[in-house]
Design a protein around this ligand. Structure first.
Ligand code: NAD
Length: 351
């Protein structure tokens, strides 16, 4: 029988090897399929807005959910000033456990996995919401998430050109260099206004702990799809309120988005559609060519659950994980203290 006390641990190194061995775009497509599968069984999941601990510098959050068989959570931070101090804005790790006995069955790095699942979710939502024939995307904010977003929109939505803008030109340069061999045509733009020219999709993925106006109303024409992912905390938004009032808004889980998303700028009863309703066909996505659709993404626990579920399936039968001695296993379950005494006796014998 498998040793249930040993927990598979996927390190950053193993995650990179896993992603590269399958191919980044393949992983994005497969992740999107896994997320879609879970969104289509939405009602089976425990759902709650994430538990956030805010400070002047940022936020640390726990994101739990369960489908009744498996429980999962992610630990994630968001610290916009980190980048200037040489740290990531967002880092994360996550756990899956079996509900029957509560034992963890996976611990995984989730900094890379979050970038992948966020991009997969964005592109998955866009597949239902973007205008027909969309080929060009503007991307404002060219930091850690940006290349993942570009590749997901290429692989899942058929985007061919990405128009890039960042207040820091070195971020745009980094993004262009990283995407040089991706098959995506990248254009560096001198402003947000220039970036959105001719774009069918606008992605905003900036990090700033304030009510920012990355997109003003005059920058958004009829028929555009907006993928807004940088506004994901109370007091942290990217779009002018007037854009929201002209758009049909789509969200992951409304109770969380009302606290954290662009939606925090509107009345508590402003109508929105949850993406799972679109995916299972009970609500429409885009209904007309002129409609402005807005995916107000904040990142929801079920996406992380899906991503961890995908990783667990992928590492089975490989050596892309370490075995963690995480759970105490006394000879008889009640004799935890005795296990400590036997360890002490063993140490004395060895001395
Ligand atoms: P990052 O710090 O690596 O990059 C952010 C970039 O935004 C930087 O290059 C910065 O120069 C640029 N920027 C800041 N203000 C700008 C402005 N006014 N105009 C243009 N560019 C501007 O951060 P990241 O890891 O790429 O994350 C970006 C944002 O996405 C964060 O706010 C993060 O919280 C959010 N995020 C959301 C989800 C989700 O599921 N919705 C998931 C991950 C990250």
């Amino acid at each position: 029988m498998k040793n249930l006390n040993i927990v598979p641990f996927v390190s950053v190194d193993h995650m990179m090897k896993l992603v590269l061995s399958r191919g980044i775009e393949t992983v994005l497509v497969e992740l999107a399929a896994t997320i879609e599968e879970d969104f289509k069984r939405w009602e089976m999941f425990d759902k709650t807005p994430r538990v956030a601990s805010h400070s002047a510098e940022g936020v640390i959050e726990l994101m739990p959910t369960s489908d009744g068989d498996v429980y999962g959570f992610k630990y994630v931070n968001g610290h916009p000033a980190n980048m200037k101090r040489g740290f990531q804005t967002v880092t994360a790790f996550g756990v899956l456990s079996q509900v029957t006995n509560g034992y963890p069955v996976l611990i995984s790095e989730m900094t890379i996995l979050t970038a992948l699942r966020t991009a997969a979710t964005s592109a998955l939502a866009a597949r239902y919401l973007m205008p027909a024939g969309a080929r060009t995307m503007a991307m404002i904010g060219n930091g850690a998430q940006s290349e993942f977003q570009a590749l997901a929109f290429k692989a899942i939505c058929g985007i061919e050109e990405v128009r890039l803008f960042d207040i820091d030109p070195s971020a745009t340069g980094k993004c262009m260099a990283n995407l040089a061999d991706s098959g995506i045509r990248c254009r560096a733009c001198s402003s947000g206004e220039a970036a959105v020219q001719g774009a069918d999709i606008i992605t905003t993925v900036t990090a700033d702990k304030q009510y920012a106006t990355i997109l003003s109303d005059n920058m958004v024409g009829a028929g555009v799809h907006i993928n807004a992912i940088g506004g994901d905390c109370p007091g942290k938004t990217e779009l002018h309120k007037d854009i929201l009032l002209r758009s049909d808004m789509f969200v992951e889980y409304a109770p969380q988005t009302r606290i954290e998303g662009e939606l925090q700028q509107l009345d508590a009863d402003h109508p929105v559609t949850e993406m799972w309703e679109v995916m299972n066909g009970s609500k429409p996505g885009r209904t007309s060519a002129d409609q402005i659709t807005l995916f107000d993404s904040v990142g929801f626990a079920i996406e992380d659950f899906s991503a961890l579920r995908y990783v667990r399936e992928q590492i089975a039968g490989t050596d892309l994980y370490q075995e963690l001695d995480l759970l105490a296993d006394p000879d008889t379950p009640r004799d935890l203290f005795g296990m400590l005494l036997r360890c002490e006796a063993g140490q004395k014998d060895a001395a």
